[in-house]
Design a protein around this ligand. Sequence first.
Ligand code: GTP
Length: 260
Amino acid sequence: MTAIDKVRVLVVGDSGVGKTCLTHLIANHEPLTSPGWTVGASVEVKLHEYKEGTTSQNTFFIELWDVGGSISHKNTRGVFFNPTHGIILVHDLTNRKSHENLQRWLVEILNKDGKDVLKGNELLDIDPEQFLGSTQIPILVIGTKLDMLDDAHKQKILNRTSVGSIAEQCGADEICLNCHEARSLASGTTDSVKLARFFDKVIERKYYNRETGRKYATNYGGSSMATGPFGNLPVSGSSLAPSLGTFSYLTSNSVTESLS
Ligand SMILES: Nc1nc2c(ncn2[C@@H]2O[C@H](COP(=O)(O)OP(=O)(O)OP(=O)(O)O)[C@@H](O)[C@H]2O)c(=O)[nH]1
């Protein structure tokens, strides 16, 4: 019998940047071309192999919380931010403003009352490195709609360094992709490796002792139940692969919590 630990990753960014398409691609390995507008938050779940191929390999649930980006829900979406074990900051490569706004998203998540960094509605000049220092929450920056750039612009983006970008300021990796293309995150690609490394970091921060590298003990009540993303779920234990069938509704259907 087995129990599977979970981490909660927020997927945030302005409305329309492609968070729902991206979340679907990460969780299902296939594109979603006609997403609905997200009201509140929708959750997709995937199984991730921590440090795959090493002696430390272990299976975890990753909950991907796709938080609706509409400004009209700004005052209420804070309910989705706790706890936060990792953050995926999403921007649209064809919309520079959506990249500039990522700093606001960080402020909103990490400093919910905006104290010291917001003056009225204006963002004061903050240093994300210092701002993040105490939290050490792993961050990944993803630029979407790569397919909508002309070749010259695409090359420029793919060849640019992260100097001065929010990714550099946060010490984060950066991925640029087309969410409508399954191959964008196909296993073995550089971007899929970056994504796996990010999930490993999130898991490590929550479940592993930094000094010893050992996993903290987790204590579950029933040995025939796994703590699933939305509560306890029966697990067949002898092999993980068959149990995936039991969980398939979690990965194929989104759960939407409406705030309105
Ligand atoms: N061409 C192209 N279109 C994309 C890509 N990613 C998303 N889109 C499109 O962008 C639009 C918005 O995508 P969503 O995933 O709903 O965006 P969102 O960030 O979840 O939006 P909210 O729910 O309002 O927060 C949809 O029409 C998507 O099909 C991409 O990589 N390339």
